[in-house]
Write a protein that binds this ligand. Sequence first.
Ligand SMILES: [Zn+2]
Length: 315
Amino acid sequence: MYSLSRRSFLASLAMFAVATTSPTWAADKLKVVTTFTILGDMVRNVGGEHIALTTLVGPDGDAHVYEPTPADARALAQAGLVIVNGLGFEGWIDRLVKASGYKGRVAVASDGIAPLKAQDDHGHSHSKTHAEKGKDHHHGELDPHAWQDLANGRLYVANIARALAAADPAHADDYRGRAEAYDRELVALDRDIRRRLDAIPADRRRIVTSHDAFRYFGRAYGVRFRSPVGLSTESEPSAKQIAALIRQLKKEKTRVLFVENITDPRLVQQLAREAGAVIGGTLFSDSLSGPTGPAPTYLDMFRHNVSEIAKAFTS
Ligand SMILES: [Zn+2]
């Protein structure tokens, strides 16, 4: 044990010497491209100072309907590693990778999680693109929002650490160490969230949001979420679907609806008005806020969402 840590200490000293004397230090960093801010924050935590990170969809952006730019293709062309969410979240990524000429590895952060399948429990289709193709059923479509369960987040972090170590073996120990430290923060926050939400009676934990981004959160932490549009922000509900949802909200005595940072709040505001409920606040679903907002990191996003939810049910 002693000799091992002594060896890595000497190794990092040697690295430090090289780093501070080499004029190409910044250029030597592993160039990593991620697709959206939540994943980008995880990668930053594991990669630290060894990586130069580009995140394609910025703060408050909607990756479901994102349209890549020429600058995105340039970033990919120069990348040493690309990390995506997977589960069909970034429908545009395969075409972008192809167009950019990037030939390296595309690591999938959600590898190994137990995916939720799309389920049509609101009586409407989940995605306009599928509906347009004339498909009425969505068997096999997966819910991509796996990061909304911190247990899945831990798997993301382990996958990210492995991908970084494989792409940049010289810093493998460092990536592993940073991932372990970050993992401990995820575990502690997970425990905290359970304690806070357990204080709310289970049958009152019913929430409506703009789109179905919180099913993993709901499964992990015992909250029932509903939404008018389904898994992707691409679709729009019909008047009939909205009327059915309002009837159901009244019947279930749902008191609180939340808007999301990535979607237009008007539909949820209308639902709240007509169902006699209130808007509990803004939840961060598929994207972080900017650095001065309430959810600039993955962990801050959970803290903010849980505190908004807890506040709504205890006020
Ligand atoms: Zn989403």
